[in-house]
Ligand binder design. Structure first.
Ligand SMILES: CC(C)(COP(=O)(O)OP(=O)(O)OC[C@H]1O[C@@H](n2cnc3c(N)ncnc32)[C@H](O)[C@@H]1OP(=O)(O)O)[C@@H](O)C(=O)NCCC(=O)NCCS
Length: 179
């Protein structure tokens, strides 16, 4: 587990503190005849942004576990994100994508996946403008409000994400105060 802070300033002058956490936990353990034969750990990287001590955004990258029983390689991470309404459109989202992508690249994650529903335009645009491409659509695999909905997968190399999101937060007037 590690923990350190970054301070950034948004174009409107608000200063936002970003705290990083990396956690590891055992996610599965197979025991046969009393002997442990399998033990997988998950790495979960979390960035949380605070404004006046109030949480205003949370981003995470998790090493996914399995697809049809086959383990993803360790170089793959899946991103998830949330920005509070008063902070949307400020460039904070691009900064958080950039910052978490840098952290996970240092820990061997070379590919980042993002999964959402096709209606989530903010999420899709954020990831596209950060360099992501649509790579797959799984038809009607989600059930939301009693409706079956498609699941969209997007992907990019982590390096590409870092490059593009950096351009975007600079364009939005975000400044790093303690880089
Ligand atoms: C997804 C989320 C993190 C994006 O953060 P954000 O601060 O809203 O991001 P931005 O406002 O900078 O939007 C990113 C881009 O999408 C565009 N966008 C936002 N809403 C849009 C919409 N409804 N239609 C089309 N484009 C949209 C923005 O204009 C921006 O593009 P720009 O940089 O060219 O201006 C945020 O909206 C959120 O927390 N949503 C709720 C949780 C969620 O959906 N999480 C993702 C689950 S997969």
């Amino acid at each position: 587990m590690f923990n350190f802070d970054m301070l950034i300033k948004l174009k409107d002058g608000r200063e936002v503190k970003i705290e990083k956490v990396q956690s590891e936990r055992v996610i599965s353990r197979v025991i046969i005849n009393g002997k442990k034969v399998s033990r997988r750990q998950i790495n979960n990287y979390i960035l949380t942004a605070f404004y006046n001590s109030k949480k205003v955004a949370s981003f995470n990258v998790t090493r996914p576990t399995t697809v049809h029983g086959i383990y993803y390689s360790k170089h793959v991470g899946e991103i998830g994100y949330f920005v509070a309404k008063g902070f949307r459109g400020s460039g904070l989202s691009y900064y958080m994508v950039y910052d978490i992508a840098k952290s996970v690249l240092n820990r061997g994650i070379k590919i980042i996946l993002m999964n959402t529903i096709p209606l989530n335009k903010a999420s899709i645009t954020l990831f596209s403008k950060s360099g992501g491409k649509k790579v797959g659509l799984m038809g009607k695999v989600l059930k939301i409000n009693k409706e079956y909905v498609d699941s969209l997968w997007m992907e990019s190399t982590t390096e590409n994400i870092i490059k593009n999101s950096h351009k975007m937060w600079e364009k939005k007037g975000v400044k790093e105060l303690n880089s």
